[in-house]
Each structure stands twice: as C-alpha cells, then as structure tokens.
Design a protein around this ligand. Structure first.
Ligand code: TPP
Ligand code: MG
Length: 345
C-alpha cells in the first residue's frame, strides 16, 4: 500500500485500520463529531437556563466511538454509565432521544423522569442504569449470567465505568463472580484520571486498573483511549472472546475529561489549567480527522460538510425536543406502582 503524504509533505505511516473499511472509519469520525456537538449542546442549554443539568464527555470520543464500532447491534447488550453519550449514539440512540432526556420531556424513553444523560433503550440493547456508581456492574454480570444459562452464543455484555468506580465493592464482587462463572462479559474502564475532584493517585495505589485482572484470573489489557482504532481493536478482541464462550476480560483505555465533571462543578477549583491544556493538545477529535485526511480517507471539504451536518442534526433535535410537552402530573405514578396506584390513598 502506497504511503499517504502528511500536510508537511512527509510520508505518513501506513494506517493500521484493523480491517475497518473507509466507510466505517468515517462513521467513527462522524460519531466523535456528533458526541462533541451534543455534549456542548447540553452545557449550552444549561447555561441558557433551559435544562437543570448536563454531563460532559469531551475527551471520551475516541474510546466511545471505537467501542461502539465493536458492538454487535441486535446481539450484544450494553450496560453503560452516565458519561457514555458517544457509545449510546454509536450503537443507535438518536440525537432526538438524547435531547428528550436532557429536556425531560414526556416522549423521553424514561417518560422524562430519569436523570439527564441516563439513557436506556430496549430496542438497541442498552440497559437502564442508576447514578449510584458501580450499580450497573452487577446488573451487567446478571445479564451475562442469563446469556450463559440460556446457552446463547454469539452475544456478550459490554459494561463500562470510570476509574473512580473501581473502588466500589460491587466492582470487585462483579469481576470475581464473572471470572468464576466464565461469563460472556467485557469490563471496559474509561480511565479519565479524575473522579470529579479526586485525582487518580488519591484513588488507587496501582494506577493501572487492568493490572488487577490477574488477581481475579482474567486477561487484562490497556490501550490508548485517545485512539479510536486501538480501542476498536481491544474491545473487538475482548468481545469476540466473550461471545465465543472463552470468558470475561478487563480492558482499560486511558483518556481525559476535558470539561468539568458536570454543569454543577467548576474544575478550576481543583486542577490546573496547565494540566488540562497539556491533555487538550492530544484532543482525539482533530487528531483522528488529521489521520483520516493524511491517509486520503477523508478530504478537508468532506470533514467540513460532516461538521455542518452534525450541527444541523443537533439543532433540529434540540428544536424538536424543546417543542414537546413535559410529562403530566397525573402520570407521576405510571410505571412505579401497579395501575398507577397512588400510595397515600
Ligand atoms: C456510590 C456513589 N458514590 C459517590 C457518588 C458521587 N459521584 C458521582 S460521579 C463520581 C465520580 C466517578 O468517577 P469515575 O468513576 O472515575 O467516572 P468519571 O465521572 O470520571 O467518568 C462520584 C464520586 C455516586 N454517584 N455514587
Ligand atoms: Mg474518572
């Protein structure tokens, strides 16, 4: 294969694309752009006083778009956590569904009554989850246990969590149980080096989460979470292992949280701008765009057209969701009690 030229005229190293087609590579890039646009929209709407809360996932685009490409829709199950906007969108959750969640409208999957950014969709195989850190992990292990009990093949569970979450007891119990029963599950840690205001070194003595795998008798592996293709490769191999009945894995991608934890905190109070700027210089979105252009998979005009298209899609979803009604007060107990029973009566 001929080597592509970089913008500086040097020969670019041949891209290791792990069998992905040009269309798939462009789809990964589009997903990264869409995640960032939707992510920013949440912060903008909050600052405009239109929504009470949003979480940022900037810096997680590569890890999530790469993982989404390794997920088999219609077969696999995703048990995500609150920062997985790009994973949700990457497996088929629509921008309108994201905005309905942020605006808490009645047409939202959870009837507008779940916390923003807590998506779920039976249709695409995405489990509902709670804000309690690590609570999704035993649920995910339960889903994997069900797959094993039913002797289903060709499907597996992908469960995600942050670095801070690995300090929770459920995390350890889940890994041990999954290892003992050789369950079809992949534990994916999105290590962004912070847990709100707690830096990694105050969270754990061993900064590499994947190294704990050995203690449970699992394979463990780390990869560059700013690289969507390295992520795709690691997640695909671990999911294939799980789908084929060879058991669970613990994999860890290192990335960084560029924004505050959420619209409710100000990261200037607990970390330096120098640290954030140093990580920003490795921003995975422009980095991947450059790689695609240098390898003639994308031309600059197409990249601009993609960005415009993603902005248009986000604007349309915003307007459509905002125009929809809130849930009605009479529906407060629907799906909570049988027959919408009012417990005080
Ligand atoms: C059991 C529990 N303890 C504390 C919290 C408050 N809390 C919410 S997010 C968070 C940080 C989690 O950090 P990490 O797991 O690294 O994920 P990240 O937000 O960095 O993606 C904390 C402490 C919670 N939701 N649940
Ligand atoms: Mg974290």
């Amino acid at each position: 294969m001929a080597k592509a030229m970089t913008s500086t005229g040097e020969a670019a190293a041949t891209l290791e694309r792990y069998g992905l087609t040009d269309d798939q590579l462009r789809a990964i890039f589009r997903n990264m752009l869409l995640q960032r646009q939707l992510d920013n929209r949440g912060f903008q709407l909050n600052r405009q006083g239109k929504i009470p809360f949003a979480l940022g996932s900037e810096g997680h685009e590569a890890i999530q778009a790469g993982a989404a490409m390794a997920f088999k829709r219609g077969h696999d199950i995703l048990a995500p956590y609150y920062r997985d906007l790009g994973l949700a969108v990457g497996i088929g959750f629509t921008p309108l569904e994201v905005l309905l969640s942020l605006f808490a409208r009645a047409a939202d999957h959870n009837g507008g009554r779940q916390f923003p950014n807590h998506y779920s969709s039976r249709k695409i195989g995405m489990m509902s989850f709670s804000s309690i850190l690590a609570a999704q992990i035993p649920h995910a292990v339960g889903a994997a246990y069900a797959i094993a009990l039913r002797k289903e093949t060709g499907r597996a569970v992908l469960v995600t969590f942050g670095d801070g979450t690995t300090s929770e007891g459920e995390w350890h119990e889940s890994l041990n149980f999954a290892a003992v029963h050789k369950l079809p599950i992949v534990f994916l840690c999105e290590n962004n080096q912070w847990a709100i205001s707690t830096p990694l070194h105050q969270q754990m003595g061993q900064p590499h989460v994947y190294k704990r795998a050995e203690g449970y008798g699992l394979p463990g592996e780390s990869f560059n979470g700013f690289d969507p293709l390295a992520t795709y490769d690691a997640v695909r191999r671990a999911m294939e292992r799980a789908r084929s009945g060879s058991g669970p894995s613990l994999i860890e991608g290192t990335c960084y949280r560029f924004l505050s934890h959420s619209t409710d905190d100000d990261d200037r109070t607990y970390r330096t701008r120098e640290e954030v700027e140093k990580q920003r210089a490795m921003d995975p979105v422009p980095r991947f765009e450059k790689i695609l252009i240098e390898n003639s998979i994308l031309v600059a005009q197409d990249a601009d057209a993609l960005k415009k298209d993603v902005l248009r899609e986000t604007n349309e979803a915003t307007d459509a969701a905002e125009a929809m009604p809130f849930p009605e007060a009479k529906d407060l107990y629907t799906n909570l009690y049988e027959g919408a029973w009012e417990p005080w009566q």
